[in-house]
Design a protein around this ligand. Structure first.
Ligand code: MG
Length: 201
């Protein structure tokens, strides 16, 4: 956080599972084939740990369909959150491409159209997100968030509470600078408070 107090903090925001309801869309795809599933049943990041082999194949092929990412629903509070966050922070979307989809990155650009400029969308796999230097990270993958904290010694990560990032999840990790947020507005409140505290220190 080597910046003067009049500079906006840099915030990296994950997309799937934070802003975009990827798992909800996958579960609707599963349900449409007769495999009724809800996001609450997805207890790990890797679908194969929550679903049967047949269901996992359907889930991944659902995500691989052209324009899946373009039509992914936003979480109910996500658009307002992003808009408010952009008023107080320099926001970069830090998101993994999905190799099985030929249209994923263009779909993502269209999904953010009018909200985030393409230059502010960074595509990288979860294992490389830790390389991105920022003041705050908002993530739903606890391992990715903890790795990022390890590489960003002054950074604070917010883990958005989802069924697949609870302590029983296979990918679960904890970190002293990782804060679980029950919803996105709470993450925004934390950032505003933290920025104010830094400014008055
Ligand atoms: Mg995610």
């Amino acid at each position: 956080m080597n910046r003067s107090i009049d500079q906006k903090p840099r915030v990296a925001v994950d997309c799937d599972g934070v802003l975009g309801d990827c798992v909800g869309a996958v579960c609707r795809g599963l349900t449409s084939t007769g495999c009724k599933r809800t996001p609450e049943e997805i207890k790990h990041h890797r679908f194969a740990l929550s679903l049967s082999k047949e269901e996992t194949d359907i889930a991944l092929s659902t995500m691989g369909k052209p324009e899946f990412a373009r039509h992914m629903p936003w979480y109910p509070d996500a658009k307002a959150f992003l808009s408010e966050l952009q008023k107080v922070a320099d926001v970069t979307i830090l998101t993994s491409p999905f190799a099985a989809s030929a249209t994923w990155m263009e779909d993502r650009k269209q999904w953010f159209r009018g909200k985030v400029e393409p230059r502010d969308i960074v595509y990288c796999s979860g294992q490389h997100k830790a390389r991105f230097q920022a003041d705050y990270l908002i993530e739903d993958h606890p391992g990715t968030a903890a790795d990022w904290c390890d590489k960003n010694p002054k950074g604070l990560a917010f883990l958005v509470d989802r069924p697949w990032n609870q302590p029983g999840a296979a990918e679960y990790r904890d970190h002293a600078r990782m804060v679980r947020c029950l919803d996105l507005p709470l993450a925004l409140t934390f950032i505003n408070l933290h920025v104010a505290m830094r400014a008055s220190a």
